[in-house]
Write a new protein. Structure first.
Length: 134
């Protein structure tokens, strides 16, 4: 599980759902959660939180240009690559943190991923979880 520390910068709620923006070193992450500040007091502007997402939810783009609906983007450098027969674990350096992506070995070969390459890591809003950082 990837874990980044951040601070809540905005909470927009409707019904029992909230769209939460979190500032982390290197950018802002957006998460949609089934909670509100009333049901989860840690969802307050200025509150410290952990941004959590699974390795298999991190999409990697190389030389990305254009528009895409994925809002959570990380400009990274490839710090390590471990390629197996089916899967490839790509470790990304992101502003002093490590983010791990698990992609198919075939995708890594097709993209010609190499150590030191600049890539964009992306995660869908609904795949980001938040937890209090007490």
């Amino acid at each position: 599980m990837n874990k980044l520390s951040g601070t809540v910068t905005e909470v927009i709620s409707e019904g029992q759902l909230s769209l939460v923006n979190v500032a982390v070193a290197g950018g802002v992450f957006c998460s949609i959660v089934v909670d509100t500040p009333a049901s989860a007091p840690y969802l307050r502007v200025g509150g410290p939180v952990h941004v959590l997402f699974k390795e298999n939810e991190v999409v990697i783009a190389k030389s990305f240009a254009g528009q895409i609906s994925l809002q959570n983007r990380m400009d990274c450098k490839i710090a390590a690559i471990e390629t197996g027969k089916l899967l490839c674990q790509v470790t990304l350096a992101f502003h002093g943190s490590t983010v791990v992506s698990l992609i198919t070995a075939q995708a890594a070969i097709q993209m010609d991923l190499k150590l030191g390459d600049g890539v964009t890591g992306m995660v869908k809003t609904n795949e980001i979880s938040l937890s209090p950082n007490d």
